[in-house]
Design a protein around this ligand. Structure first.
Ligand code: PMP
Length: 433
């Protein structure tokens, strides 16, 4: 049996800590004496947190917030500003104008007071750009994934979920009342097998079950840790053979893949298909904040009426909607930004591999480089930082396969000199042995 297969993905945060608890149990002070006591000396409700914190520290896995200054001097290879738009004067101006015109907040949920003409314009232009019939903008990509997965499924639905999917898709599966089958990463045969078993039960094709789609295959388009692409055409073919829907999170594809950045679904010829729904964030290529669901008009109408993270959440702030619209219009005028971002990612990969490092071949803008251990990855990122380079660092429990990595993101506005300099730093500071 494949360890990735099953009905739920591991909870990378809490399961990881549970394992640590086992590992470190020998050295644990179970008395819990100290700050975890109430004033009268009884154990307080949060006493267990001190122990969790101690375990995290002991394992070198404690995370801390490190505010970055506005005039950050590091070369940023850790963020997701793939098109270099978050500080583009046209985009920041569009955000500021929207704030001045519509206010600092949306004032209410989209169904009450939180929909403005700006939101409607953004939705129409996002649908037009990506090739889908309709679009719905939400407060974040996370909320968009929760909305799409939960509103389209019911207790009788089978969700088939890639083992490497983003946390927001995993949480959508958990929040839904559907049955979830987790399939090995990027394995269309496993998807086909899962759908086939359900279809046989249903007499040929998966059957809609009153309150939800019969089966939905959910996948990232580009996986956020290793930057590899999902086999979308094969997934779509499997869905069609069994009457299932395909739901794709294009957070890392929109803006960089497809003609002029129209996204991974457009690149695969799947945009606008009646059985395909896409989600995306406005916080990566579009340099702003917010999320979107793209799909057939009846799907979007259903989400407006049924998706709890849409109905009960305050609408996207006007500044974010305005900035995203500014970014979209700029990308339409300068479509070459998408190709330049991809070229930068390929250059990183080529130079890192030539220097002997184990880097993943990027299908979009994410390149990850293997490190021998969590400590080595953290120390490597810290050495890069002191040399003026901000890089991401993934380590267990956030990576279920247990392999620590340095994660780099390419941007369209990096010069060849910057890329070569960054690679030089990464290679020079790489762990030995
Ligand atoms: N999906 C993927 C693949 C992501 O990488 C992210 C952001 N890290 C999200 C969804 C969530 O998007 P947002 O940050 O807009 O909530």
């Amino acid at each position: 049996a494949d360890p990735a297969a099953g009905t739920d993905q591991p909870d990378v945060e809490t399961d990881g800590l549970a394992a640590l608890t086992d590992d470190l149990a020998a050295g644990t002070d179970a008395s819990g004496a100290g700050a975890d006591r109430t004033a009268d000396g009884r154990p307080g409700p949060f006493g267990w947190l001190a122990e969790q914190s101690r375990l995290r520290r002991a394992a070198g896995l404690r995370r801390e917030l490190r505010p970055r200054p506005a005039d950050w001097e590091l070369l940023d290879l850790a963020g997701n500003d793939y098109l270099g738009l978050t500080r583009h004067p046209e985009v920041t101006r569009a955000g500021a104008d929207a704030c001045l015109r519509w206010g600092a907040g949306a004032t209410g949920s989209r169904l009450v007071t939180g929909s403005t003409a700006l939101h409607a314009e953004l939705e129409a232009e996002l649908a037009d750009f990506t090739g889908f019939e309709a679009a719905l903008v939400l407060a974040s990509g996370y909320a968009a994934n929760l909305a799409a997965v939960t509103a389209l499924t019911g207790p009788g639905t089978l969700l088939v979920s890639d083992a490497a999917n983003h946390a927001s898709l995993i949480d959508g599966c958990r929040l839904s009342r559907a049955t979830t089958e987790v399939v090995p990463h990027a394995d269309p045969d496993a998807v086909r097998k899962a759908l086939g078993a359900r279809a046989r039960r249903d007499g040929g094709a998966v059957r809609e079950d009153g309150g939800g789609v019969g089966a939905v295959v959910v996948s990232d388009s580009v996986f956020s840790v290793d930057g590899d692409a999902a086999p979308l055409p094969a997934l779509a073919a499997a869905c069609r053979d069994f009457g299932a829907a395909l739901l794709v999170d294009d957070a890392h594809g929109l803006g960089v893949l497809g003609e002029g950045g129209r996204g991974a679904l457009a690149a695969a010829g799947l945009a606008g298909a009646p059985d395909v729904v896409a989600t995306a964030t406005l916080s990566k290529s579009f340099g702003a904040q917010g999320g979107v669901v793209l799909g057939p008009a009846e799907v979007i109408e259903h989400l407006i009426n049924a998706a709890r993270t849409f109905i009960f959440d305050t609408g996207l702030a006007p500044a974010a909607a305005g900035a995203a619209l500014g970014a979209l219009r700029l990308l339409r005028r300068e479509p070459e930004r998408a190709g330049r971002a991809l070229d930068a990612a390929r250059t990183f990969h080529r130079l890192l591999t030539a220097a002997g490092l184990d880097a993943t071949a990027p299908d979009a803008c994410v390149v990850s480089v293997r490190a021998p251990s969590p400590d080595a990855a953290v120390a490597w990122a810290a050495r890069c930082r002191t040399e003026g380079l901000a890089v991401g660092c993934f380590r267990p429990p956030s990576v279920p396969d247990g392999v620590s990595r340095m994660r780099l993101t390419a941007r369209c506005d990096l010069t060849d000199t910057q890329i070569a300099g960054a690679v030089d730093t990464i290679v020079r500071t790489a762990p030995r042995g």
